[in-house]
Design a protein around this ligand. Structure first.
Ligand SMILES: [Zn+2]
Length: 524
């Protein structure tokens, strides 16, 4: 027989409230104009719930749980949940409906035998278990399920068993439909907290479900019984390797990505060369022979680890890292030195003017030119609002003038400008010879300053010339490296980075696949 179970059935009894009785008198005695014949569904509900649908006001929905049978009406209770943050609590009451005496059906007609002595088992009364189930809107649902127990009639044997609930999800006291729902929400990128508030499950339970979900998607059990990452989905031609900070901001980890689709292929806890060797072992020599070039930051010593194993690989120092090195270790430092010098000479005003100049100094000339063009055409950068008394903001001219003034007053900052333009030019070449010539000019300009920050940059460029000019032949876009960097930062901010690194890494792995174009998550 088909089981018609009302699981998340809303109670209609009190939903209208007592005031309703005081309203317009209801024509109770009048028969309906078009009496509807009872359908088979109506009859089945009456039979299942022991009352007519019209009086009870139930919504009867399929339970999606084979073996589930409801025998009583839900009991309503309240719990308090905090929808805010630890700093700004926002406590609210949430209704919880507990469906009592739900039964897990099992085939009683077939005899169950004692595995120890072979006798036919006898019933031993039910054992109760409470399972969280699909919420009904913002109301939680729980099922109080009776699990049938059986025992061996031979007391000497003493065997007893509690039969499994067919609609219970493995590992947690939740139903299979709720488990599927939680996985769907997580796959859509909902945070643990949101899913916890939506379903009434503890955050730890949601995290556990998420981790198992990700393990199912991206890991497999090897021959030695240990869990490991699944191999790459496809052959990569260009790889990117980079370091990122872990949650404490002190320890580093390493990430290897496919530069064309942005997928994370490997994550490891250190930033040592061993990471590269482990990765090469993981993907195998055949796969590595299909890789053309690897992009990396010239500060790390990943380069040699790659070329030692696979001499055919071209190492490319991508533009993102080179510009970042120049911004952070030259422009930033030169500006700080200059500020200190001006202050020591008592030129406080000039020192203060330099203070706010960091970003204007780091912007590309083309960006500044665009800004000036926007200002000339009166481009609106921020719409006004009458509601919040905010005037319309149009792009102000003068960033170019301010930049000019800064570099005119300061010889070193002027050199920063020249070097930046040279870098931009060098990275536009598609001939290694031309790019090398431009980079040598750049080294000379840096040397001519006699400044230690510039000299450091000159040494950096000279020591890595081959990898830098490789860019002309393999113009790898640095967008994917930057994108991965930002995605990791966002995940860390959302709190996935603490304290379970393994979970954090799986989130990164997942994030890179969800974000990649056409890279829909593999089906669960
Ligand atoms: Zn037995």
């Amino acid at each position: 027989m088909t089981s018609l179970a009302a699981t998340t059935a809303g109670i209609g009894r009190n939903s209208i409230g007592e005031n309703d009785d005081g309203g317009a008198p209801q024509p109770v005695s009048q028969p309906p104009l078009f009496p509807k014949p009872k359908t088979r569904l109506d009859e089945a509900v009456d039979r299942e719930l022991g009352c007519g649908m019209s009086e009870a006001g139930y919504i009867v929905l399929p339970s999606l749980m084979p073996g589930f049978r409801q025998t009583g009406a839900p009991v309503e209770g309240l719990v308090t949940r905090d929808f805010g943050t630890s700093k700004k609590p926002c406590k609210r009451e949430v209704a919880v409906r507990v469906v009592p005496r739900a039964l897990a059906r099992f085939d009683e007609s077939a005899p169950h035998y004692c595995p120890d002595c072979g006798r036919v088992l006898e019933g031993n009364g039910p054992a109760a278990i409470e399972l969280a189930h699909l919420p009904m809107g913002s109301e939680y649902t729980r099922l109080s399920v009776s699990r049938p127990r059986m025992r061996c009639p031979d007391r000497e044997c003493g065997y007893s068993v509690t039969l499994a609930v067919p609609f219970k999800a493995d590992g947690h006291n939740i139903t299979a439909p709720l488990h599927r729902f939680v996985c769907d929400l997580l796959a859509m990128g909902q945070t643990l907290k949101d899913v916890s508030l939506m379903t009434g499950l503890h955050k730890g339970v949601v995290k556990d479900i998420d981790k198992k979900r990700l393990e199912g998607l991206y890991t497999e059990v090897g021959e030695d019984g240990a869990r490991r990452l699944k191999g790459p989905e496809r052959q990569s031609r260009f790889l990117g390797i980079d370091e990122f900070k872990l949650h404490d901001g002190r320890r580093y980890a390493t990430v290897i990505i496919d530069l064309e689709d942005g997928r994370v292929l490997w994550l490891a806890h250190t930033k040592k060369k061993q990471v590269v060797r482990d990765f090469c072992d993981f993907v195998g020599d055949g796969w590595m022979s299909g890789v053309v070039a690897v992009a990396c930051d010239m500060n790390a010593d990943f380069e040699r680890a790659f070329t030692e194993r696979h001499p055919h690989l071209r190492i490319v120092y991508d533009r993102f890292h080179l510009v970042k090195n120049f911004n952070d270790k030259v422009i930033s430092e030169v500006r700080k030195d200059e500020q200190r010098r001006l202050r020591e000479e008592g030129r406080e005003d000039e020192a203060r003017a330099l203070k706010g100049s960091k970003y204007i100094l780091m912007t590309k000339a083309s960006t500044r030119r665009e800004g000036e063009a926007d200002a000339a055409s009166g481009k609106v950068v921020s719409r006004g609002s009458e509601l919040f008394g905010k005037p319309e903001v149009v792009r102000k001219p003068g960033s170019e003038a301010r930049y000019r003034q800064l570099i005119e007053e300061n010889e070193l900052l002027a050199t920063c400008d020249i070097v930046k333009e040279m870098l931009e030019k060098a990275y536009s070449y598609r001939s290694e010879g031309w790019m090398r010539r431009k980079m040598r000019e750049l080294v000379d300009v840096c040397r001519s300053t006699g400044n230690r920050h510039f000299e450091w940059f000159a040494r950096l460029v000279e020591g890595h010339m081959d990898g830098i000019v490789s860019h002309a032949k393999h113009p790898i876009s640095s967008g994917k490296v930057e994108g991965t960097n930002n995605m990791i930062k966002t995940l860390r901010r959302k709190g996935y980075g603490y304290p379970d690194d393994e979970y954090f890494f799986l989130k990164i792995y997942d994030g890179s696949r969800r974000a990649s174009p056409g890279g829909e998550s593999p089906a669960a």
